[in-house]
Each structure stands twice: as structure tokens, then as C-alpha cells.
Design a protein around this ligand. Structure first.
Ligand SMILES: *[C@@H]1O[C@H](CO)[C@@H](O)[C@H](O)[C@H]1NC(C)=O
Length: 439
């Protein structure tokens, strides 16, 4: 690891730094060297030192962390083999192809977007820190899927400025699809710093690397429907106010919209923000309700369904991942180039924000009924009043702008989308032994 990394820290707190222990060790060595001991003593000492150093190294290979959200392994990058994988992953197979850096590529939406781009002949390089906010083995399985399609996921953190500079120096990316983030509304009460670290500091780190790059890539990134916060007028339009977030997660996404605007204004970076509405589907995130409901229903455990104060059902504008992916790709295709180069603005650049939703909100009990039908298992429901943990009572997207400017048209309803999710879930977790193995 280059020494410039000493001051960078992982996108989620709690990671053990190896470098400092080496530093202390060498100070000890220096002190011992300056004393006047006998030759026999020195050889014995060196032997002991070698042994203890080996022990130290072993004990540091797997940093232990107390909380979810800490990275599980030290990221390593660089070297000829690594560069070769980068180059191969970025090869294109069509005229006017894009070369896209996808952050959070081992995440749910990142995996699907990466596959869609690669399949049509674009160059795709993934970046992911594989943190353990949720089961990292699912991220590794997605990484294997991507590898089978010729997509390399570099292991590293968006807060690592040296790594980002290296990537953007090495490959002239036309676009950055920025999907890396600390997700989840409720977890923000448990680990608020991880949201600031990934969604604010990490975003700035990425924008800094992009504005210095030559050529500057166009940026498409994931905002969130949660920025509408306490708005009660439906459907939600892009022009509606977004200054009343109900969670820290929403606040960091709103901050991201403001921060990207500043970079657009100062450096001429082309920026498109996409407000995703409850995206679900195969390879989804285990912390989301539909995923946890499926797990619990299959394990015969009760599921907790929140109801708003006054008895109203919570409702979400559930959006199938393939629809969202088409919106992401259309955003990349319609993005104008950034106007700056090497950190200098040459003219005003594009700044856009779109809702990507489904336009048909369904209640959480309706979601559960559909899951029961697909799983052929009756759920045990435990209905409780929603605690004040940042969830909003409902979301509903107006996607007129995305339809007019991106050609966005969601085509998958919750019934059909959950059918595909359940099929994937049963297969992935081994409920069906049809001998076909994992998808
Ligand atoms: C949806 O948004 C468009 C502008 O993007 C607006 O003209 C239209 O009135 C909105 N529709 C509703 C039902 O709010």
C-alpha cells in the first residue's frame, strides 16, 4: 500500500491500520540497535524478533471489528497483474462505446448496471470495498457473477483518493456510475458516522478525483426518494421541496445533491442524480423489508409490519431493478460530457435530477400477500405502530421528466417482479434442489 494511504481511512469506521504497528516496531528496533549488547544477544534477539513479527503479521491479517459496517479486509491494489485485469475489464466491443467506472459494483444495483453495460459492449470497471453492513458473501457471489461476464471489481474504498487518481489516470473513463453508499434508513440511528463517511466524505473524494481527471468523466449517481422527507403531496415531483429529511440517510443524500451541484458549477462536471424509489429484485439487499420478510416467512418466523400513526398502512412505490437499470443506462447515454479538464471549467455543464420510480405505490400488507402467494407459505404477521426511526409513511414517484428526457418507462409490477425475486431467492439459498446450481 502506498504511504499516501496512511491518512485515508475506510468508508466505514473500525478498520485496523496495519502501518502504525510496523512503525512502532521499527522504533523499537532502532532503540535496541543503539544499545551496546553482545553479538550472541543480538542473534538471539533477531530470532525472537522474526518470530514475533510473524505472529504480529498473522494477527493483523483479519482486522476484528465490533460493529456491522466495518470493512472485513485490508484493500490491496496495484501491480502488473492488477493493471492487466483493469485493462481487460475496460475493453469495449462496439463503436462509440462508453468506458464506465461503477462504484459499489458488488452492490445490488451496481451489479445489475455493470452487467447491462458489459452485455452491450461497454467497458466496465467495478470498485467496491466489500464492507460487512450486510452479509459480504452475497457481495462476493455478485463479484463472481461479474467476473464470469468479464467485469473486474477492484477492491478499495471511495475515500481512498490515491486509488481513485490511479484508476482515473490509468483508464480514460467516459462516465462514472456512482452507486457506492451507506444505505438503509434505520441503521443510521445505530451508526450515523458511516453515512457521513460514505455518502458525504466519500462522495467528495470521488468528485475531487473526477474534477482533476483528464478527461473529466460525466457522473451519474444514486440519490434517493427519501429526500422528499415529510412531503405529503403525491406524487413526488423533482421540483418539490426536499429540505425536510426524516432520516440521516435522507439528509446525506440531500447533501449529495447540493455537493454535486457545487462541483458542477465550479468545475464543469456533468452530473445526473437519480432518485431511486425502493428498488427490489434478484440479488437484492438483505436489509430491505421484502428480503427479510421472505427469509422469515420461509423460516417460519413472525414478520413485523409497521403501520403509520392513526392506522394507515405504509406504502412504497416498489421499483423493479431491471426498470431502474434501464433508467441508469439511459441517464448515461443522454449525459453530456463534462466541460472541464484537469480541474478547470471551460463552460457550464449539465446538471440533472430524475425520479426513477414505478408510479404505483402498494401497501406493505399487499407486498406480504404477494410474497405468501409466491412462496406458498402463510406469514405470521406482527403489526405494530411505526417507531420514529426515519421511515416515511409512503412514497410515490412522478416520472414524467424521466419519461420525456430519458425514455424511462417502468414495465414490471410488484407481482411479476417479486416472482422473479422469489425464484432467485429459493435457488440462491438452496431451497430448490434442481441440480442447476446458482444462477
Ligand atoms: C408530474 O410532473 C410533471 C413535471 O415533471 C408535471 O407537469 C405534472 O403535473 C406532474 N403530475 C402530477 C400528477 O403531479
Amino acid at each position: 500500500m502506498p504511504s499516501s494511504l496512511q491518512d485515508s481511512f475506510p468508508s466505514t469506521p473500525g478498520k485496523v491500520k496495519i502501518d502504525r504497528s510496523h512503525y512502532n516496531l521499527s522504533r523499537q528496533i532502532n532503540r535496541w540497535l543503539s544499545s551496546s549488547a553482545t553479538l550472541v544477544f543480538w542473534s538471539l534477539f533477531l530470532l525472537a524478533l522474526t518470530a514475533s513479527f510473524a505472529c504480529l503479521k498473522t494477527s493483523f491479517t483479519v482486522p476484528q471489528s465490533h460493529a456491522r459496517g466495518a470493512t472485513t479486509a485490508a484493500a490491496s491494489w496495484g501491480g502488473p497483474a492488477w493493471e492487466k485485469q483493469l485493462r481487460r475489464s475496460c475493453e469495449t466491443r462496439r463503436a462509440n462505446a462508453q468506458v464506465v467506472l461503477v462504484t459499489g459494483a458488488a452492490g445490488f444495483i451496481g451489479t445489475h448496471v455493470s452487467l447491462a453495460l458489459k452485455k452491450r459492449g461497454d467497458g466496465v470497471l467495478g470498485l467496491d470495498n466489500f464492507n460487512d453492513y450486510y452479509d459480504p458473501s452475497l457481495k462476493r457471489a455478485r463479484q463472481s457473477l461479474l467476473a464470469r461476464h468479464g467485469i473486474f471489481v477492484a477492491e478499495g474504498d471511495i475515500n481512498d483518493g490515491a486509488l481513485l487518481s490511479k484508476l482515473l489516470d490509468f483508464v480514460p473513463f467516459t462516465h462514472v456510475m456512482h452507486l457506492a453508499a451507506q444505505a438503509g434508513v434505520r441503521y443510521a440511528m445505530e451508526n450515523p458516522n458511516s453515512y457521513v463517511h460514505s455518502n458525504v466524505a466519500g462522495l467528495v473524494s470521488l468528485l475531487e478525483a473526477c474534477r482533476k481527471a483528464n478527461p473529466q468523466p460525466a457522473i451519474v449517481w444514486a440519490s434517493s426518494s427519501s429526500v422528499y422527507g415529510l412531503n405529503s403531496e403525491a406524487p413526488f415531483c423533482e421540483a418539490d421541496r426536499t429540505d425536510r429529511p426524516a432520516s440521516l440517510y435522507a439528509a446525506t443524500k440531500k447533501a449529495g445533491e447540493a455537493i454535486t451541484h457545487a462541483y458542477n458549477h465550479i468545475y464543469g462536471l456533468s452530473v445526473t442524480g437519480l432518485r431511486f424509489f425502493t428498488v427490489y429484485g434478484p440479488w437484492g439487499r438483505p436489509d430491505m423489508a421484502y428480503f427479510a420478510f421472505t427469509r422469515n416467512i420461509l423460516q417460519g418466523k413472525a414478520i413485523t409490519i409497521y403501520r403509520a400513526r392513526g392506522g394507515a398502512e405504509l406504502a412504497r412505490d416498489f421499483t423493479y431493478v431491471d426498470d431502474v437499470v434501464r433508467g441508469c443506462v439511459a441517464a448515461l447515454d443522454t449525459a453530456q460530457p463534462s466541460t472541464g479538464s484537469g480541474g478547470r471549467k471551460r463552460g457550464s455543464a449539465q446538471y440533472r435530477i430524475y425520479n426513477l420510480g414505478n408510479t404505483t405505490p402498494l401497501s406493505v400488507p399487499q407486498l406480504v400477500s404477494i410474497l405468501e402467494r409466491h412462496l406458498r407459505v402463510k406469514a405470521t404477521r406482527n403489526v405494530v405502530e411505526m417507531p420514529g426511526n426515519g421511515d416515511v409513511p409512503f412514497t410515490h414517484a412522478n416520472v414524467t421528466m424521466a419519461r420525456l428526457e430519458l425514455g424511462y418507462k417502468p414495465t414490471t409490477d410488484l407481482q411479476a417482479g417479486l416472482k422473479k425475486f422469489v425464484k432467485w431467492y429459493l435457488n440462491y439459498y438452496g431451497y430448490e434442489h434442481n441440480g442447476k446450481g446458482k444462477i
